[in-house]
Ligand binder design. Structure first.
Ligand code: ATP
Length: 236
């Protein structure tokens, strides 16, 4: 069995004196879609912030392809093949859609044109608006742009934080299709979602977080039919 692409063990972190993650173990194998679900405040975003390096750990390790991330400066993490979206979306409102997409591939030396067409294939509205300022896009379109920009970096691992947040149901379906399409192209995905049903319906495995701990984990199929998950997160 090869090492997981992402392996988090015993992760503890705190905001000031308040510990919010109390020993998290999560792993993501190459080629998988893994989802992290849980209620508001469970600690999902904090865990993503730990992976991207903006939140320091008090204990534990995060390994990417076997290498502890603590040995790699934040600005080098994109070069490793980790991309994150939306993370506050980080869209540059004054730049055009196309310029924002190009920034997603800034560390690549090859031609970006093919990947840009690929993003436009997933999200045709972005092509229509490619010369418009990104700040003028709707919330859903900005969400698509953030994901498109992450794709431009050709990540090995894509971290998506609440990709369906604030989107109309038809757009949620579109985002889910893109996530599945990315996996087919060999991208490994860790997806944080409050919309547990949507996330589990496309994932291979899932983790349920409750108040800073992993409460349950298993195959997405088992979780979706688990009475505890159904009652707490699927409104059943
Ligand atoms: P949400 O879906 O609302 O983002 P979440 O599962 O992502 O929820 P976090 O945002 O990671 O949860 O929050 C975990 C805990 O940490 C919560 O108790 C929250 O109040 C606390 N917290 C989050 N950010 C900070 C901060 N900057 N300073 C202090 N406490 C924080």
């Amino acid at each position: 069995m090869p090492d997981p692409l992402l392996e988090i063990t015993g992760l503890v972190t705190a905001y000031g004196p308040i510990e919010v993650l109390h020993g998290i173990d999560v792993s993501v194998n190459e080629g998988e879609i893994v989802t992290l679900v849980g209620a508001n405040g469970a600690g999902k975003t904090t865990l993503m912030r730990c992976i991207s390096g903006v939140q320091p750990l008090k204990a534990g390790t995060i390994r990417f392809a076997g290498t502890p991330l603590s040995t790699i400066p934040d600005h080098k993490r994109a070069g490793l093949g980790i991309a994150q979206s939306p993370e506050g979306r980080q869209i540059f409102g004054d730049l055009s859609v196309e310029e924002n997409l190009a920034l997603g591939g800034y560390h690549r030396k090859d031609d970006l044109g093919g990947d840009m067409e690929d993003v436009y294939g997933h999200f045709p509205i972005l092509k229509d608006k490619r010369h418009h300022a990104a700040g003028g896009l709707s919330g859903g379109q900005q969400q698509m742009l953030a994901i498109g920009r992450a794709i431009m970096g050709r990540p090995k691992l894509l971290l998506l934080d609440e990709p369906s947040m604030g989107l109309a149901p038809v757009l949620v379906d579109q985002i889910l299709e893109v996530i599945s399409a990315l996996r087919k192209r060999g991208v490994t995905l860790l997806v944080v979602e409050q919309n547990a049903y949507a996330a589990l319906s496309i994932a291979d495995r899932g983790y349920v977080m409750e108040t800073g701990k992993i409460a349950l984990s298993g195959s997405a199929r088992d979780l979706i039919s688990d009475p505890r998950v159904r009652e707490a997160y699927l409104g059943a």
